[in-house]
Design a protein around this ligand. Structure first.
Ligand code: GDP
Ligand code: MG
Length: 163
């Protein structure tokens, strides 16, 4: 079986943009699973010569903020439990929010392998804005711009090292 990498985080941090950048055209290779596609989108990504099953926890975005964690448990708990690696994404531009902290705590408690990804770090002050994410206690943030592709090659190295 392929290693499973799950992209997680609150809405709008850039999870789907990262998913699309890592999966590219290979998304078409994965058949839709009835009843599952609303909550997650899956694709095959090629990470440093190795195929991995990448999961975008897309269904969470339909939840109102106050029910996000209830919805997360209902729809994506199994995705996170099955993960060989969680890519926990934050938005370095907006900074760390209570939702990020809550989500990070939830992941830490479950003791899952996690890589912290600080997205939207393009531009002059980008890498510096990622450092705030250290406070989440999930290790060193990997600064990327999913939209512009910056830092994605380095991110793939870090993913490969953990699989
Ligand atoms: P999701 O809700 O976590 O799946 O986030 P999306 O991938 O849908 O992205 C949310 C918004 O952030 C969209 O408007 C994206 O275009 C934008 N976005 C994603 N990645 C980046 C990035 O690297 N830099 C900037 N500036 N915006 C980004
Ligand atoms: Mg999305």
């Amino acid at each position: 079986d392929l290693p499973v990498v799950v992209i997680a985080g609150r809405p709008n941090v850039g999870k789907s943009t990262l998913f699309n950048r890592l999966v590219g055209r290979r998304q078409a290779l994965v058949a839709d699973t009835p009843g599952v596609t609303r909550d997650r989108k899956e694709g095959i990504a090629l990470i440093r010569g190795r195929h991995v099953r990448l999961v975008d926890t897309a269904g969470l975005e339909e939840a109102a903020p106050e029910t996000l964690f209830g919805r997360m448990r209902a729809s994506s708990e199994s995705a996170l439990d099955e993960a060989d690696l969680i890519l926990f994404c934050i938005d370095a531009r907006s900074g760390i929010t209570p939702a990020d902290e809550h989500f990070a705590q939830w992941i830490r408690r479950r003791n899952r392998p996690v890589l912290l990804v600080a997205n939207k770090t393009e531009g002059r002050l980008g890498a510096a804005s990622a450092m705030e994410a250290y406070a989440l206690g999930l290790g060193e943030p990997q600064a990327i711009s999913a939209e512009h592709g910056e830092g994605v090659t380095d991110l793939m190295w870090e993913i490969a090292e953990r699989l």
